[in-house]
Design a protein around this ligand. Structure first.
Ligand SMILES: *Cc1c(COP(=O)(O)O)cnc(C)c1O
Ligand code: SF4
Length: 369
């Protein structure tokens, strides 16, 4: 516990509160005044907090803000959570709902795009509102959140569609639901014979790791196997508390934990940062799954990295990092086309009876067939 306590720099917060996820949620920082207890706000940030408030809420857990650099406005944690004036510039390609999730919605909260998988939006609350969020249009607002009646309709829909092999609990953050509700939902889903697997997409292990408790782990274990995909973007997010709670999730909850990151300019678009992130994840028991090209959500163009740069970064990572630690770089196609991989090209030339490849070091190799 020693390391964990040292992360808690404000001496007036008892450890019992600090490690209570509900306390963290109730005490989220939502305005400039509270924020100044944690960091020295720059004048640009100050202005953006008020000018962006109509566009997308600002909110962060005390835990997550503690990871931010007190002085540097370009700190990777600050960039992810604090509004910037660039969010107000909307470009021609920017969309309200880039993945057209609302138009693939047979039942409130359910996006059924791929025949075999359905995404289920269960909560509008997140511990932290990420400035690049694809669901900015709805997270933080209670209006789009399904209620109990909608849950029953969604479950009915899953039961009546045998082509659905997987349901992905998503949001907002599905771990914002109580253990009791999660237990109920997982039980219902697992009782549907054609459901092959259930997945949970959550950023709470990053922004609110104290949400992972022994009680939650027993619920998840009961419904084994559960696949949980979390969302770390920077090695600074891999704290001792995260390590401890991911360990619980894997050992006590018997959960398979994977990670999806978003490639974000200024946050993680360097070989060193991505290497540290991917190796750091594997070190604590998390398999890197996807690296996403940042979606064309309105007001996010300042985060977007050109695809050529992303491909080049991945090329440099492949070969110098264990294959186990390398995610797949993908783009989720604007308009609802689904995800497509963005592979690096290693094939230099196709000859009559051979292929010429360039390996990760830049050397040429010819193989026959
Ligand atoms: C990303 C996504 C999925 C899951 O895709 P995988 O490639 O299986 O991880 C499912 N449904 C929707 C609507 C999605 O956006
Ligand atoms: S945790 Fe996920 S859903 Fe919530 S704001 Fe961040 S990116 Fe959006």
């Amino acid at each position: 516990m020693e390391l964990i306590s040292s992360q808690r720099q404000r001496t007036d917060i008892p450890e019992k509160d600090w490690l209570d996820w509900k306390w963290q949620i109730q005490n989220r920082i939502k305005d400039e005044h509270e924020l100044s207890d944690y960091i020295e706000i720059s004048s640009d940030e100050r202005e953006a907090i008020s000018s962006c408030s109509q566009v997308f809420s600002f909110s962060a857990t005390p835990y997550y803000l503690r990871l931010a650099d007190k002085k540097d406005p370009n700190c990777p944690i600050r960039l992810q959570v604090l509004p910037r004036k660039e969010e107000l510039s909307v470009r021609a390609w920017d969309r309200e709902d880039p993945l057209a999730e609302e138009s693939y919605m047979p039942v409130k909260g359910v996006t059924h795009r791929y025949p075999d998988r359905a995404l289920w939006y269960l909560s509008h609350v997140c511990a932290v509102y990420c400035r690049f969020c694809t669901r900015k249009r709805k997270v933080s607002q209670s209006s789009g959140t399904p209620g109990l009646e909608d849950w029953q309709k969604a479950l009915q829909y899953f039961r009546e569609h045998p082509e659905i092999k997987e349901v992905i609990l998503s949001g907002g953050d599905p771990l914002n639901l109580s253990d009791h509700k999660l237990d109920f939902l997982l039980g219902e889903l697992k009782s549907i014979p054609h459901i092959n697997q259930v997945r949970i997409h959550t950023r709470y292990p990053v922004t609110l790791p104290m949400r992972i408790t022994s009680e939650l782990c027993s619920v998840l274990k009961k419904h084994f196997p559960i696949y949980l995909v979390t969302h770390f973007n920077h090695p600074k997010e891999l704290t001792p508390l995260v390590k401890e709670r991911i360990g619980m999730l894997v050992k006590e909850g018997a959960v398979t934990v994977l990670n999806q990151s978003v490639l974000l300019k200024g946050v993680n678009n360097s070989v060193e940062t991505l290497k540290d992130l991917f190796y750091g994840l594997t070190k604590i028991g998390i398999k890197p799954y996807y690296l996403h090209q940042c979606d064309e959500i309105f007001g996010s163009s300042h985060f977007r990295v050109p695809i050529e740069e992303g491909v080049e970064l991945m090329k440099q990572i492949r070969g110098s990092v264990s294959g186990l630690s390398v995610p797949l770089y993908v783009v989720d196609l604007t308009g609802g086309g689904g995800k497509v991989p963005l592979p690096a090209n290693y094939l230099e030339e196709t000859k009559d009876s051979s292929y010429v490849f360039r390996n990760y070091k830049g050397d040429l190799y010819e193989i026959g067939f």
